[in-house]
Ligand binder design. Sequence first.
Ligand SMILES: *Cc1c(COP(=O)(O)O)cnc(C)c1O
Length: 389
Amino acid sequence: MNTYAPLEITFTRGEGAILYDKHNQPYLDALSGIAVCGLGHAHPAITETICSQAGQLIHTSNLYRIEKQELLADKLAQISSLDRVFFANSGAEANEAAIKLARLYGHAQGINKPTIIVMDKSFHGRTMATLSATGNRKVQAGFEPLVQGFVRAPYDDIAAIKNISDNHSNIVAVMVEPVQGEGGVNIPDESYLNQLRTLCDNKGWLLILDEIQTGMGRTGKWFAFQHNNIQPDIMTLAKALGNGLPIGACLTNEKTSALIKPGNHGSTFGGNPLACAVACSVIDTMEEQQLIDHATRLGRYFLAQFSKQLGNVESVRAIRGKGLMIGIELNQPCTELVKAAADRQLLINVTAGNVIRLLPPLIFTQQQADQVINTVCELIQIKLHQAAA
Ligand SMILES: *Cc1c(COP(=O)(O)O)cnc(C)c1O
């Protein structure tokens, strides 16, 4: 169906941070398939895991115990300190599980219409519940009636949430991205998550973090909440968890895990041996290659260089970043830069209309970073000169 408007480029293979098109032209990938291929393309450890697991066992269903699923659950519990996991196949599905858990939690307290506070400019997925939770009319338009049980607040605004809590008695949870990805790489105040945590504790609400884009090392920690020394009650993952093999996860603690019983939720494919073996291998490889510290260092380098080259450019409104999640906001629409960059064999993204978004693989080298910085700065300068002329 006509769901995307793809560029006229077809990639046939990849190696690390480089993709090759069908004419064997190399492209530097600073987007990683939208924050998915954190280890880059065709990483030997991942290829090896896929091949060996496929030769053993791909799927049995959750009607039997699955060794690789249990192993992955243990690894995720260890790095997140959340102790229960439900496995799905995508981000939207992981968020569906989170929303269902929050509703169960509300009903267990006698709240008949449990309501979740969600944010402006948020993105949580394309299924009916997750598009209803999403703070972008374009995602919702034409698909009404929306799913009920959400109330919206501005992002990074604790006072607004307190205000909602004074006027609603059905709130059971706050659902938020630690850094908004699709919404424009929006980074909240340093204390925002801490204040949300405190508020949720005081009110008896669940704190649900959508770390589908920020998780798995992207921001320079395994999970973005670890910058704040807090724990969420529920966290969702997908994107980079399988380095391209579809897998999602909804993690939680004892506040909600006891509420779910056999028959309440499920998935045919979710948690299959192949996807779980690959995700285990992703975690192991990230640890072996110390990619999270690398993401922190390289992210700082990106920000420093962009600030140096663009800091005084009037039309550049902001340069934002956390680890290797980087946004450059212009004061004008700039979606055409995606194609302009591709014409120079560089893959970038523009989100929210005027924010250049970079999500390079965590294996990116400083030399590759320099290449991205030079090309992006040049494209911005050319654009602004043309606009001025
Ligand atoms: C990509 C994304 C989703 C949706 O994930 P899908 O796998 O496309 O369903 C949800 N939340 C956030 C923050 C995302 O970045």
